[in-house]
Design a protein around this ligand. Sequence first.
Ligand SMILES: Cc1cc2nc3c(=O)[nH]c(=O)nc-3n(C[C@H](O)[C@H](O)[C@H](O)COP(=O)(O)OP(=O)(O)OC[C@H]3O[C@@H](n4cnc5c(N)ncnc54)[C@H](O)[C@@H]3O)c2cc1C
Length: 442
Amino acid sequence: MTFVSDLIEPERRTPVAMDVDICVVGGGAAGVAAAVSAAQCGARVALVERYGFLGGTLTTVSLGSICGLYSVKGREVTPVVGGFVDQVVRELDQLGGRGETVHWLKTASLPYDLFKMKVALDRLTAIEGLDVMLHSLVVGVAKDGEHLTHVLVETREGRVAIRARQFIDCSGDADLCARSGAPFDLDLENLQQPTAMFRMMDVDAEAVARTDRAALHQHLERAVNDGLDLPRTAGGVFMERPGLVHLNITKVSIDGAAPHPLSSRELTKAERLGREQVLLYERAFNQYVPGYASARVLDTGAAIGVRESRRILGEYVLTGEDVLGLARFPDAIACCAWPMEDHAAGRATRWVWLEEGGHFQIPYRSLLPRGVDNLLVAGRCASADHAAQASIRVTAQCFAMGEAAGVAAATAVDQGCRPADVPAHELRHALQARGAIIETTP
Ligand SMILES: Cc1cc2nc3c(=O)[nH]c(=O)nc-3n(C[C@H](O)[C@H](O)[C@H](O)COP(=O)(O)OP(=O)(O)OC[C@H]3O[C@@H](n4cnc5c(N)ncnc54)[C@H](O)[C@@H]3O)c2cc1C
């Protein structure tokens, strides 16, 4: 953003609205998992979310299916994530919002109903010890040396502070870490490009089921050859219910590059470009893809889907070599079998696959930012390089990282220590007792 001049704001007195053990910033997959898990360990927790519902990318952007739950060998599907995500799936089940596992490319995922996911997360967070604040944006911090003392939150009643002993950054963009002075990487030259997700209604379910990714690609390439300037001809279609599909197919760039994910001006352009692309795809699907002749766009997500922004430089930076080498760590807190899925420039997505049926582990140190002694991070902004982030950013791993951060923060509160001093073996045992999957046969 360019500035016209400066304004000196008057000094202000900010009321402290809450004094809790743990404050979690961001109510996406990682944040909900962190907050619920910490509260289930007995901590008093505040969860602060800027939108009016929980779920982050899952519900704001609207995805259609949970990726990262399984490792896949042929048709054989083995769960690699358990624990908190099982609570989510159970709640969805009770609401009738859970789909059947679908196989696609060399992987598999679990479809969900978008609205019911919002309700499931409302219900899971309605527990003793957890205070959820929606419509509340974290805008600053107060520190004492390397120790965070408060976050500053803009609410509908004005600015308030929340005091806590431990903090967890699940903002996806590492807002809290950045405001606290923790080091991060933001590689604007190499960022994944965002997508405006949309849903189409009145599709012919049977024809859609017969059109696999390869066939879809061919139909959309025909549209491009006929002059429709589609940015992408390979993408995902997930059936939410008969006649209603989610499409992961647009790809938004500005002058060939990913929009700056932290610039309001560039995000404004990106949102508008995304909606224009959706109209173009509606035309392409109507004319070229079987099953969509009378289909219409129902809606777009509430916000464009940003895949990558700040990545924390923590005590360990997970790398693409770790992913492909199926790395194991003594302080592992989660497993991941998802390929590196890079939405780089061009009409295709770059997939880099792990050995079939294999998985790697995510270490606890990737949740520990440097330079702030009572702060954890979880989710897509955890400590990983660009290549590894392209794998661990999917929803199931964000749930798993969030759960680990929540349990670790609660342990740090109990033991009166820094998260970095929580013994990794104790954390692993606590996670396994909750159903988390950490050790599976390679
Ligand atoms: C277009 C797209 C398609 C994808 N497709 C799939 C898919 O099909 N399946 C899959 O499993 N994964 C998919 N992913 C990846 C995955 O959904 C996300 O990476 C994951 O959900 C991220 O979870 P998170 O909790 O780390 O962050 P987010 O989901 O980004 O959540 C962060 C939350 O923090 C809130 N927040 C941010 N800053 C503040 C602040 N300052 N104050 C208060 N609140 C704040 C946000 O509003 C948000 O709710 C996709 C991602 C994108 C972008």
